[in-house]
Design a protein around this ligand. Structure first.
Ligand SMILES: CC(C)(COP(=O)(O)OP(=O)(O)OC[C@H]1O[C@@H](n2cnc3c(N)ncnc32)[C@H](O)[C@@H]1OP(=O)(O)O)[C@@H](O)C(=O)NCCC(=O)NCCS
Length: 175
């Protein structure tokens, strides 16, 4: 499994990933057509070039030239004044439950500390998203508290649990 930058050739995999109901429900923007998927990839490329967000495709079997996209992991909201960033992730439905998100999250955190030079990485998940909580905890992101009623989906507000990991925190144990 490798983390690499997104490319236009990944658009079909993005479209497929966003067709899953949970992704569709919570995605900040709709990805419902080939054009949407290409636009999604182009936005990732542009953000990388601007230095505002760094999104990685999580890919398996890239060595034979026909990698399978398993998910996305990103460091966004990069604030160079305070050396902070926001981590997010998703995996394709068929890739779930194999520890993919956990490993990708650990990998991107290491990269953000060592290569980007960030000091504090934050993330948050709805309290009714226990899989995301497991991913965050396994990747060494400590719980910092509950943000009450932070997110609104379909007229329902959700509490969000905040996690963060510091560059000085111990590396989490390898599962
Ligand atoms: C959250 C998500 C990224 C997890 O991806 P994944 O590749 O399955 O994650 P992992 O396999 O690394 O770990 C999942 C962990 O959650 C656990 N888990 C999965 N579903 C669970 C549930 N309903 N209740 C409790 N734990 C659950 C798994 O057992 C596993 O635990 P383990 O590490 O102790 O074995 C994936 O479900 C997803 O893409 N969801 C939609 C997008 C999303 O919610 N992103 C996060 C937004 S904050």
């Amino acid at each position: 499994m490798v983390l690499r930058r997104w490319g236009v050739g990944d658009a079909p995999a993005v479209l497929e990933a966003y067709a899953e109901p949970l992704m569709r429900w919570q995605a900040p923007q709709a990805v419902e057509s080939d054009d949407d998927a290409r636009q999604w990839v182009r936005a990732r490329v542009a953000q990388w070039e601007e230095g505002t967000a760094f999104s990685f495709a999580v890919v398996e079997g890239e060595g034979d030239g026909k990698g399978t996209v398993l998910g996305n992991v990103a460091v966004s909201a990069v604030d160079r004044r305070h050396d902070t960033g926001w981590v997010s992730y998703w995996t394709t439905r068929s890739a779930r439950g194999r520890g993919v998100a956990g490993r990708a999250c650990r990998g991107v955190a290491r990269w953000a500390f060592d290569d980007l030079g960030l000091f504090r990485l934050e993330l948050g998940h709805r309290v009714n998203n226990p899989a995301s909580c497991r991913v965050a905890t396994a990747a060494g992101f400590a719980v910092e508290g509950i943000q009450r009623q932070k997110l609104l989906y379909d007229g329902v507000r959700y509490d969000v649990e905040s996690h963060a990991r510091l560059a000085t925190d111990a590396e989490p144990p390898t599962p």
